[in-house]
Design a protein around this ligand. Sequence first.
Ligand SMILES: [Zn+2]
Length: 172
Amino acid sequence: MNVDWISHLLFGLTLSAILLKDRSRGKMALVAAASLLPDLDILWYHRSGLHSPLVLLILALLPAIRNRAFFAPILTGFLSHSALDIFLFDNSNHAIKDLANQVVANESMAQSIEASITNYIAADGIMLFYPFSSEKYSITLSEGNYTIIAGFIAAAAVFTLVWLYFKEYRRR
Ligand SMILES: [Zn+2]
């Protein structure tokens, strides 16, 4: 199972809150868009070269030709996506099914929910060195690790939002 788009959004925004000096609303919107864009390849072949750091670097350079200020936020959004997609979630203990079962309280329905989720977002890492190599690289997380990382991302995102809010508030 790979990481969903909400995690991509949160991770991108969190990372840019740490890394970028200019955190205006416009720049954060750029980061948000860029953190989701690599998954457009779901339209033709998911986890294609569009997830490769080198390809994304070149794509971030193109708008920077017109305006250099675009470069940092777009690159941050792009690379946060790649970084997160390297991680795979080990579902061998059927955590998805258990979770679904808690919601629908129906074993066979939970099973088919799990099957469709794992089919839909079946992932095997990213092409880290594309176009030089099409080999995919990944880091598999056990369920315990995944919870820790998901918790960390959520906590960092909440912290970031609160901090941005107070920064804005003080300016008034
Ligand atoms: Zn992706």
